[in-house]
Design a protein around this ligand. Structure first.
Ligand code: UFG
Length: 339
């Protein structure tokens, strides 16, 4: 059975991808330093799938900790999720972001080369398109300038991986540019569990709905969009997770580096998401209109055609499904994994 290493596999997207992989018959090994996740996730994965992934609470940037994972398992491919991901924090602590996100990737690549592993799927972001490109964003567009160090780490890592794939003929790299993942596994056992005040829209909405926060602030209603609020391409995290399974299959038969958007191709505004959530949950979400948030773009959405054409993958779940599953997770786990 094919065995896949997930760095950051206890996190939001990593844990859902672990489920999708195990459902597809893969064995999963997770390496995660639990900086932004909880080890109870491993128990939940076992509850959902009936299989317990091997788990290493290690720092992937440390070759001495990482090498034994490759020695103890016959790893066929790696999906690299581990990294710092808070946009605002990255502006305050750029060096920590560059150090952590780049070091983990370089150590992982070097350790893979020593172990003879040559399939690499990377957790990138639509943020690499920058501000200049018009929507829908397509993979053939040039990358743009990022508004924050977090985004630059994604862009730089894409470059590092592209260069490595050019130099190492056996290496196969797939760069997955995520749009806005929300939702949760329908079991309600795993989901997004931000620490402190959520930065992202859906966890903020669910925390308002569960009574942890009084109201949502909508960041600006004077954008050049139909209702004045920003539009994004929200994608169900289980659809996103299944995209990783397809990417791994693709990497098996190809070498070089290839980029894919993982999005739905359909944008929704902040207010449309709020109203869809209220409908799906039956719970009102009080909100006020506030100032624009620095760095936000009016519109970000994908041209989702390439993944459909080349990977045979497209999203199946609706905005209603995303809202229902986000609410199911939050209402079953009002304080996240620590509840
Ligand atoms: N929003 C609010 N109020 C909130 C939180 C968000 O109105 O409390 C709005 C934002 O202004 C934006 C939309 O909801 O218009 C979505 O915001 P998110 O923070 O959920 O998502 P972003 O599109 O800003 O960020 C996402 C990822 C980042 C990535 C970025 C680049 O979370 O990792 O896309 O495309 F860098």
């Amino acid at each position: 059975m094919s065995k896949i290493l997930l760095t950051g596999g206890a996190g939001f997207i990593g844990s859902h991808t672990a489920v999708a992989l195990m459902d597809a018959g893969y064995d999963v090994v997770i390496a995660d330093n639990l900086y932004n996740s909880e080890d109870v996730v491993i128990d939940r994965l076992e509850q959902i799938t009936g299989k317990r992934p091997a788990f290493y609470a290690i720092d992937v940037a440390d070759a001495d900790q990482l090498a034994p994972v490759f020695a103890e398992h016959d790893i066929d491919g790696v999906i690299h999720f581990a990294g710092y991901k808070a946009v605002g924090e990255s502006v305050q602590k750029p060096l920590a972001y560059y150090r952590n996100n780049l070091d983990t990737t370089l150590t992982l690549l070097e350790t893979m080369a020593q172990a003879g592993v040559n399939r690499f799927v990377f957790s990138s972001s639509a943020t690499v398109y920058g501000e200049e490109n018009p929507c829908p964003l397509t993979e053939t567009m040039p990358k743009g300038s990022c508004s924050n160090p977090y985004g630059w780490t994604k862009s730089m890592i894409e470059q590092i991986l592209t260069d490595a794939a050019k130099a190492i003929p056996s290496l196969s790299v797939v760069l997955l540019r995520y749009f806005n993942p929300i939702g949760a596994h329908p079991s309600g056992l795993i989901g997004e569990d931000p620490q402190g005040i959520p930065n992202n829209l859906m966890p903020f909405i669910t925390q308002v709905a569960v009574g942890k926060r009084p109201q949502l602030t909508v960041f600006g209603d004077d954008y050049d969009t139909p209702d004045g609020t920003c539009r994004r391409d929200y994608i169900h995290v289980m659809d996103l997770a299944e995209g990783h399974v397809k990417a791994l299959e693709y990497a098996k038969g190809n070498t070089g580096a290839e980029v894919f958007n993982l999005g739905t191709g359909t944008p929704y505004s902040v207010l449309e998401v709020v109203h869809a959530f209220e409908e799906a949950s039956g719970v009102p979400v009080p909100y006020v209109i506030g100032e624009r948030r620095a760095g936000d773009l009016a519109d970000v959405w994908a041209d989702a055609d390439k993944a459909d054409r080349v990977l045979g993958w497209k999203t199946k779940r609706t905005l209603q499904d995303m809202c229902r599953d986000s609410w199911n997770w939050q209402s079953n786990n009002p304080s996240g994994y620590r509840g």
